[in-house]
Design a protein around this ligand. Structure first.
Ligand SMILES: Cc1ncc(C[n+]2csc(CCOP(=O)(O)OP(=O)(O)O)c2C)c(N)n1
Ligand SMILES: [Mg+2]
Length: 325
């Protein structure tokens, strides 16, 4: 039997709930293990922004591609990377998605459509346009999504990429995760446009603002943009308004955000919002949702166990992936 919420099936709604919860619990563990000194290097948390990755990736097929950023764990999990292999990557282990050589900011798994992640702010956007051009030239029925932050929209790469994607009507969706800060810089201090979405006008493409805390709204906006891209009508810029609950990275930068602002956004938690909606509309029961919560906890515990028990890459192993002419 199919239950509808905005025309969406129960199966899809529960899957979106499950994936958002998976990202939340995964990231909570990353914070814990980073602080315990088990995870080396650096990592940027996605807690609070789950509705964006899950809403967008749920509108994609498995063979569509996404390109991600320094804040990419959520994108990877939403597109279907196994949490065990992502956690192992963060631990720098051989069993990681990039054999433990990439780390937190370079998660890639072509089989599920995570084709590239870049720590260079704005760096994935022109590359995503290149991927979309390849799809178009090969007449493949596939769509590309480029995720990036508000800060990235002030890079030259963003502007060149949107221009070319529009001129060539490429099958791509640009998803700006506007969390209002680039490290500690508020968007109002760095961005000339009144709204980020206004920038779509310069490149003659539709611009859509969506509440990133409402996974269903994100899904609907993404589905429309993906559909347009698939039909050969060209790119769309989606500005998803969201907020990161944690600091920029797994460290304390000091106080640069008003306390009441953080509290206000936490009250709009995307997971709680969907959970309440599913319960109020009678689509799912507490028992069903609680059992998904338990499944997630088990899966994240398994990911930690797998990462801890996996082998470290030794020098001979690493050398196999170094390119020498
Ligand atoms: C080209 C470049 N400049 C500066 C940095 C340092 N840096 C890393 S993340 C970041 C802020 C990015 O902000 P935003 O695009 O809004 O993404 P968010 O971190 O908020 O998700 C900066 C400046 C970088 N990685 N690359
Ligand atoms: Mg930002």
């Amino acid at each position: 039997m199919t239950y509808d919420l905005d025309g969406l099936s129960k199966e899809l709604l529960l899957d979106m709930y499950y994936k958002m919860m998976l990202i939340r619990r995964f990231e909570e563990k990353v914070v814990e293990m980073y602080r315990a000194g088990e995870i080396p290097g650096i990592a940027h948390g996605y807690i609070g922004e789950e509705g964006v990755a899950v809403g967008v990736c749920s509108a994609l097929r498995r063979d569509d591609y996404i390109l991600s950023t320094h804040r990419g764990h959520g994108h990877s999990l939403a597109k279907g990377i196994d949490p065990k292999h992502l956690m192992a990557e963060l631990y720098g282990k051989k069993t990681g998605v990039c054999k433990g050589i990439g780390g937190s900011m370079h998660s890639t798994e072509p089989e599920v459509g995570v084709i590239f992640s870049s720590a260079i702010v704005g760096g994935n956007i022109p590359i995503a346009v290149g991927v979309a051009l390849a799809f178009k030239m090969r007449r493949e029925d596939r769509v590309v999504v480029s995720f990036f932050g508000d800060g990235a929209t002030n890079t030259g790469a963003f502007h060149e990429a949107l221009n070319l994607a529009s001129v060539w009507k490429l099958p791509i969706v640009f998803v700006c995760e506007n969390n209002f800060y680039a490290i500690s810089m508020h968007v109002s201090k760095s961005t000339s446009a009144k709204e980020i979405v206004d920038r779509a006008v310069s490149y003659n493409m539709p611009g859509v603002v969506v509440d990133g805390n409402d996974v269903i709204a994100v899904y609907n906006a993404a589905a429309a943009a993906v559909n347009r891209a698939r039909k050969g009508e060209g790119p769309t810029l989606i500005e998803a308004r969201t907020y990161r609950w944690l600091d920029h990275g797994m460290y304390y930068l000091g106080k640069y955000r008003p306390e009441d602002e953080v509290v206000m956004w936490k009250q709009k938690c995307p997971i709680r919002t969907l959970r309440d909606r599913l319960l109020i509309k009678g689509i799912a029961t507490e028992v069903e949702l609680n059992s998904l919560d338990e499944k997630v906890v088990h899966e994240v515990d398994e990911a930690i166990r797998f990462a801890r028990e996996s082998a470290e890459p030794d020098l001979d192993f690493v050398k196999q992936f170094v390119y020498v002419r």
